[in-house]
Each structure stands twice: as structure tokens, then as C-alpha cells.
Design a protein. Sequence first.
Length: 274
Amino acid sequence: MSGERNPPFGRIVPLTQGYELHYLEHGTGPAVVFVHGSAPGVSAYSNFFPNYREIAAAGFRTLLPDMVGFGWSSKPTGIDYTLQLFTSTLLEFLDQLEIGRCVLIGNSLGGAISLKIAIDHPQRVERLIVMGPGGIETRERYFQMPGIQRMVSEFVGAGFDRESLRRMLQLLAYDPRIITDELLEQRFNVLKTQPKDVLARMLIPDLTPELGRIRCPLLGFWGVEDQFCPASGYEKILRAVAEGRFIMYARCGHWAMIERSADFNRNVIEFLRS
């Protein structure tokens, strides 16, 4: 693995749709796929750096793909970034690596992607883990959230410099000290490669009417101070998914897997082994 890029660079998988997906891989065993969220400068590594090595060390093959439009993957312009685009490219990525069935761990946009795959392709998902998932409210409801308003107005409008990116990222966490200089550098390096279409033309439907089709066990996490996805959404999932449970964190924002990483990792490993 090359150490020349920050966030780190791993491997590329070419897809038949004409895109390339970048991913990192660690460990051996049953496949656990981490599906990151959206926002300027995001990559799978910057979303899950405190988690994937711990889970790999517990006996799992952890895979961190960058979704189309993010990280070191292809970033096309002039297209809509639809949920179908994200799910189809992730499924082809899994096919290319000959992964028939896996665990999906999704945050925010990644939660919506993971939920949709569990709904439409239940044979592919062994277990499902979500943190502050998107895709369970109307677009209008999400745009009422202060974090979403700030992200869209600045990224699609004037754009971010380093310090405005830092201020936006601080909305993602309850404690702004989580936004270290290292994390800021990773995000800014990716941000410089991102077209505005990534967020301006993102179309994610409300999956609430379909949640009852999820049949696999589900573990969820949510910070009650989330400024991007309303924490009340956990009720929708629990009412629909028979084998579901949620862990709610006080004084925690949108990044439960980072802000409460030790507790998150412990609960995820227990869930995967149960």
C-alpha cells in the first residue's frame, strides 16, 4: 500500500459502468464492508479509521470502498448521484471481489445505501449495522437540519477553504476537538478533487415504506446531538425491523463510530460474533 497519499491509497477496482472504485482492505475472515457517508472531502478511511483495524483483529475481513464521487474513486460530473448509482456500483464491487454475502456497516449516506441493499438484495446481507443513517426522511426534512444547510450552502455556493471546512466538520461531532489537523488534511485533500455535482445532484429517496422488508439482524447507533440526520429516525427502523436494536449516545453527534469508537467497536464485535 502506498503511503504517498493522505488518506492512504489502497487498490482500484474497474467497474463495467466505466467508473473506478478505490478501496482499502485489512484482515481475513467473513467480509465486513464499511460504507461511508457523504459531505465534502469524505473517504471511507476518514469515516472509519478508529474501527476497521479493531474489527479485523477480531477475525474479520474488513473492506473500505470509496463510493463514486468520494475518496480516491471516480468523480463523474454532469450526472445525478442517485441511490441506484451507489447501490449498483457497490454491488458490482462486491461481485468483482467475489463476495456473495457480507455484513454492511453504513453511516449517513452509507446507511441509506446499506438499508437499500438489505431491502432489495437480502441474500447479500448477513447482518446490518447503521449509524445515523440517511434515507429515512423526506428531502425537505433533511434540509431543515443545520448541518445539512451549512454543508450545501457553502460547498455548492462559495466552496470551502481549510478553515471553513474545519467549521463544517465540527458540526458533525458533539466535541469539536475530534476534528484534528490530520483529519482536516485528509478531508481537504479529497475535497480538492470533488465536483459540486456530488452534493448538488444527490438524490436519495425516503426508504421508510420499505424498511419492513429487511429480514437480517440490525444493530444501530445514534448520537442524540446529530445535526445532520434526526435522531428520532431510530424509531422508524425499530418499528419496521423485527430483529433490530439501537444504542443511543448522549453528547454525541453524527459520528458515533468515531466519537464513541471504543464502545462502538466492542458492541459491533459482539454483534458479529453472536
